[in-house]
Design a protein around this ligand. Structure first.
Ligand SMILES: *[C@@H]1O[C@H](CO)[C@@H](O)[C@H](O)[C@H]1NC(C)=O
Ligand SMILES: *[C@@H]1O[C@H](CO)[C@@H](O)[C@H](O)[C@H]1NC(C)=O
Ligand SMILES: *[C@@H]1O[C@H](CO)[C@@H](O)[C@H](O)[C@H]1NC(C)=O
Ligand SMILES: *[C@@H]1O[C@H](CO)[C@@H](O)[C@H](O)[C@H]1NC(C)=O
Ligand SMILES: *[C@@H]1O[C@H](CO)[C@@H](O)[C@H](O)[C@H]1NC(C)=O
Ligand SMILES: *[C@@H]1O[C@H](CO)[C@@H](O)[C@H](O)[C@H]1NC(C)=O
Ligand SMILES: *[C@@H]1O[C@H](CO)[C@@H](O)[C@H](O)[C@H]1NC(C)=O
Ligand SMILES: *[C@@H]1O[C@H](CO)[C@@H](O)[C@H](O)[C@H]1NC(C)=O
Ligand SMILES: *[C@@H]1O[C@H](CO)[C@@H](O)[C@H](O)[C@H]1NC(C)=O
Ligand SMILES: *[C@@H]1O[C@H](CO)[C@@H](O)[C@H](O)[C@H]1NC(C)=O
Length: 474
């Protein structure tokens, strides 16, 4: 434990930065529970013991900008001192085989990896235009994630985040607004594949993934039992594609999209309990094809606002409780949709919108007393089976009241459920702070003693390398 603290302190204030005169050679380093502290090169045969040691090894070789850390099975504690400021670098963590676990219990910073501009960067310089910072997490299981994992807040670097074959399991995020918070103003690319996000309680003002202006592809992945957040995935501008991705049994809205276009193919939205499952706002265009949307308890399944267009085709909508579409000032096009066994079913609450329907099959839906549509200034294009009562008027007050009352009841139940979540989270935060306070007091005293007896390279020798910059904010 003493030794671990020493090395962590050495790397903790360095920002991994590629300066123009440095070669971009790949540094491959190995980490193992059976590694040794004095293995200086972190090779496959003589691996290092910790992640921090591995990264320091690459820094020492002036190869700190293009690092592939190969990690043998075992549980690795990621601590406060492991936080990684990153810029113009390529950092990859790859689990070898199964059972590579990163435990973030003691990661007491809002984010583990922070992509940001160095202090001295020339924001307007055109030579910055191709700077790219890449983070890849592959075949790793993350547990007890207490804080955010990646924050990108650069104005100059292109940011690329890849998450492949990972698991994010049973955690409560107490700091860091979103688990992956990509707020850079240059291009952002997110690629998530074959990854499981399971049983996560997120910050009430955050998201699991927030990625404005990003190109997002999420494929063959599962988001399940996620609660507490504003939405699981949020993006605003950019583009998105979600092939074969499943959202199951979540307690906050699954998707919230604004100013963007995207496609969802062959995916599922199952068993959500929230106000809505998919929110589409501000001139967005979303296409859903071959979807299975079942067993959700929602006020409305898709909430479509502000000049957006949603096109849904070849999909099943079954066993949901609540209204299916809420369309306001927008366009909805439905083609070949089967809707069966929905409870409190209302196809749409349509305000100043256009709904085009083709080949809609319905059976065994339980329709509330108001009927299968409520409309105001609505155009139901080309359809023989659905009618808008008084399409150019407000819905009659008596009938709209009864449905609104139902919705309010559902909403109130949801609010009660969500408030209990917040109370549980608050209690945990208090308990956690007490715990941290005690922990800090303990570790302070041990840090000082271990530093004084450091046998490893001195801080002054590290400062001479061009790769390292002091991170004043830290
Ligand atoms: C950026 O990359 C493009 C394409 O690879 C290249 O044409 C351009 O010269 C690069 N710009 C700079 C400033 O390096
Ligand atoms: C991003 O950086 C700016 C400027 O340094 C700062 O004001 C802002 O709070 C940061 N955003 C986040 C999400 O950390
Ligand atoms: C999630 O974590 C729990 C507890 O750490 C573990 O028992 C379970 O196997 C994990 N589940 C998955 C799917 O990894
Ligand atoms: C859902 O997530 C919560 C919070 O992590 C956890 O306590 C609960 O056991 C999970 N439920 C299931 C069915 O996995
Ligand atoms: C759409 O507008 C309605 C009414 O203003 C609102 O309740 C709903 O939350 C909005 N949907 C989204 C996705 O923001
Ligand atoms: C949709 O998903 C539900 C729940 O997993 C499943 O029972 C049902 O068979 C699926 N429906 C179709 C048409 O795939
Ligand atoms: C309608 O959708 C179903 C389910 O996706 C599909 O099997 C069928 O081929 C589609 N029919 C047409 C005419 O596209
Ligand atoms: C519909 O959208 C308009 C314009 O954004 C807004 O003023 C109105 O409140 C919305 N209506 C409902 C019922 O949400
Ligand atoms: C109306 O319903 C009938 C019977 O379910 C169906 O065959 C027909 O395609 C529907 N028409 C439209 C425009 O969806
Ligand atoms: C929708 O409601 C109208 C009026 O109550 C009724 O004529 C029509 O058959 C219903 N359509 C479906 C598909 O349930």
């Amino acid at each position: 434990m003493k030794f671990i603290t020493i090395i962590y302190l050495l790397i903790s204030y360095s920002l991994l930065v590629l300066s123009n005169d440095v070669n971009n050679e790949l540094c491959t380093v190995y980490v193992s529970k059976y590694g040794a502290w004095n293995n200086k090169d972190c090779t496959n045969q003589y691996p290092c013991l910790t992640i921090g040691q591995a990264i320091q090894t690459c820094n020492n070789q002036n190869k700190g900008n293009n690092i592939n850390v190969l990690v043998q099975p075992g549980v690795y504690m990621i601590t406060w001192s492991d936080r990684l400021p990153l810029y113009n670098a390529n950092l990859q963590f790859t689990g070898i085989g199964s059972g590579v676990i990163f435990d973030l219990t003691y990661q007491a910073e809002p984010y583990w990896i922070t992509i940001k501009d160095p202090e001295n960067i020339q924001k307007s310089s055109s030579s910055n235009s191709n700077i790219t910072t890449t983070v890849t997490l592959k075949n790793i299981e993350f547990t007890t994630i207490d804080h955010g994992i990646v924050l990108a807040n650069s104005t100059t670097s292109i940011v690329s985040l890849t998450i492949s074959q990972c698991k994010f399991n049973f955690s409560t995020i107490q700091q860091g607004i979103s688990m992956f918070n990509l707020q850079s103003t240059n291009n952002q690319i997110v690629n998530i594949q074959q990854t499981l996000f399971n049983s996560l309680v997120l910050a009430s003002n955050g998201y699991l993934l927030s990625a404005p202006n990003a190109e997002v592809v999420i494929q063959n992945s599962i988001f399940t039992n996620i609660s507490g957040c504003l939405a699981v995935v949020q993006w605003n501008g950019g583009s998105v594609s979600f092939p074969q991705t499943t959202f199951q049994n979540n307690f906050c809205p699954c998707l919230l999209v604004s100013k963007t276009q995207g496609t969802l193919n062959s995916g599922s939205f199952i068993g959500s309990q929230s106000l809505y499952s998919i929110g589409v706002n501000q001139n967005s265009n979303l296409q859903l094809n071959s979807m299975n949307i079942s067993n959700n308890i929602i006020v409305s399944l898709l909430s479509i606002n502000d000049s957006s267009t949603v096109q849904m085709s070849n999909s099943f909508i079954s066993y949901n409780t609540g209204q299916i579409f809420e369309v306001n000032g927008s366009t909805l096009e439905l083609d070949n949709i089967t809707m069966t066994n929905n409870y409190k079913f209302q196809l749409a609450n349509c305000q100043s919108s256009v709904i085009k329907m083709n080949n809609i099959i319905t059976a065994n839906n339980i329709i509330p007393i108001i009927g299968n549509m409520s409309c105001s200034h609505c155009d139901l294009d080309n359809n023989e089976n659905w009618t808008c009562p008084n399409p150019n008027d407000q819905p009659s007050s008596s009938s709209s009241y009864s449905y609104t009352a139902e919705l309010t009841k559902d909403r109130n139940t949801l609010i009660i459920v969500m408030s209990s979540f917040v109370i549980v989270i608050l209690i945990s935060i208090v308990a956690f702070n007490i715990y941290c306070y005690r922990k800090n007091n303990q570790s302070h005293s041990s840090n000082t003693t271990s530093l004084s007896s450091t046998p490893t390279p001195s801080l002054t020798s590290l400062e001479k390398t061009p790769l390292l910059q002091s991170d004043q904010e830290a």
